[in-house]
Design a protein around this ligand. Structure first.
Ligand SMILES: *Cc1c(COP(=O)(O)O)cnc(C)c1O
Length: 394
């Protein structure tokens, strides 16, 4: 008999009823160190007092009005995102996939508005993940997500990750732009080299096409800058964000330059819930935390500590760990054993991690993680590796 909840998830036999900072607690009161943060969602940790205050104060005033009316909280959040980034304008959504949908539609509409509706194709990369809607599974290009759901949405041309010649060869008169995650998350924590991002920016300028970034996972402070592309010294034309911006409240956004947004006139796009008062109250509170003086510098320092400790962990367990990748607080452990085994061994030590493609275990702690939390997490990973080694020797 089918479960009351549609069985699309392979769920761990664990549940949590309370969270505090970097820790979550089972109904029995057992603590787990949360180095998954949802999946890079609880950027400010669990039960952050400033976020609780923002949400409950808003809940006591008004929950929902509709995008039919003026939305002061939404306008404030948009203005702050515009001031902090390349963008001139923002559309709010409830999820990452919807932020991508808006980005994809905008890139197509840009060329249509310039009299070129035939330019609707986006170049994407192997290993990409952009969400689970019909368009975003086509953009991600992974057969396991596409098969069985009818004709694949047309308009995405996938090339090998990091292959600039392949990108050049894929650009045609029908190309609207290039869509890429600056750090692939689900694909296995694969950072795009900065020079590659710069080369994509130059290619887009040369061909009059748009650079569309998916920072749903790597954005909002995760890499130690507000957005990951800042490290490469480039700016996109359009960018999708979500996950960390809501700190656990469902919130996403599509940010764009005025030039890229030219086709998105009144009535061209919309959302019932997108950017509602509760969501944007929390979004504003998350920005208060992440853009506070010194916060991102502190993320960079914590990231360095994590990276050094993981390098030592790799040296100590050469039979388990193949490689350490990623940067900021978005790290991946490429495993020699199945990644699920290391994850399970970590759960035995009360450490939560996230799996990823390419046999990687992802570490995505809340951005408020401390050096002591990092030491504790790597200690747990060390014990998890030792347990796997002991099992292999037995
Ligand atoms: C999670 C994710 C998405 C999809 O976000 P949803 O909120 O699940 O729709 C898109 N792109 C990237 C890079 C992601 O990590």
């Amino acid at each position: 008999m089918i479960a009351p909840v549609l069985p699309t998830y392979a769920r761990a036999k664990l549940s949590f009823e309370r969270g505090e900072g970097v820790r979550v607690f089972t109904p029995e009161g057992e603590a787990y160190l949360d180095f998954g943060a949802g999946v890079a969602v609880t950027s400010c940790g669990h039960s952050h007092p400033h976020l609780i205050k923002a949400l409950t104060e808003q809940a006591n005033r008004i929950w929902h009005t509709s995008n039919i009316y003026q939305m002061p909280g939404q306008e404030k959040l948009a203005k702050r995102l515009v001031d902090a980034t390349f963008a001139d304008t923002v559309f709010f959504t409830n999820s990452g996939a919807e932020a991508l949908e808006c980005s994809i539609k905008m890139a197509r509409k840009y060329h249509a508005a310039h009299g070129h509706p035939e330019k609707f194709r986006l170049i994407t990369f192997e290993g990409a993940f952009h969400g689970r809607t019909l368009a975003t599974i086509a953009a991600g290009g992974q057969m396991k997500y596409i098969e069985g759901f009818g004709p694949k949405v047309d308009g995405f041309d996938q090339v090998v990750f990091g292959d600039l010649e392949a990108v050049k060869a894929a650009i045609t008169d029908a190309t609207a732009g290039i869509l890429i995650e600056p750090v692939q998350g689900e694909g296995g924590v694969r950072p795009v080299p900065h020079e590659f991002l710069r080369a994509l920016r130059a290619l887009c300028d040369e061909h009059g096409i748009l650079l569309v970034l998916d920072e749903v996972q790597c954005g909002v402070g995760r890499t130690g800058k507000l957005f990951a592309h800042e490290w490469a010294g480039i700016t996109p034309d359009i960018m999708a964000i979500a996950k960390g911006i809501g700190g656990g409240f469902p919130l996403g956004a599509c940010l764009a330059t005025e030039k890229a947004a030219i086709g998105m006139t009144a009535g061209s796009h919309g959302s019932t819930f997108g950017g509602n008062p509760l969501a944007t109250a929390v979004g504003n509170a998350v920005l208060d935390v992440v853009t506070a003086p010194g916060f991102l510098e502190s993320v960079q320092q914590r990231a360095l500590v994590l990276k050094q400790k993981l390098a030592a962990l790799k040296d100590a367990h050469p039979a388990i760990i193949d490689d350490i990748r990623g940067f900021g607080l978005m790290m991946g452990i490429k495993c020699k054993v199945p990644n699920t085994e290391l994850q399970a061994a970590a759960v035995d030590q009360h450490l939560l991690t996230i799996g990823a493609g390419d046999n990687v275990v992802r570490l995505l702690p809340p951005l408020i993680v401390t050096d002591a939390d990092i030491a504790e997490a790597v200690d747990k990973l060390d014990r998890a590796c030792k347990a796997l080694e002991a099992k292999a020797a037995a």
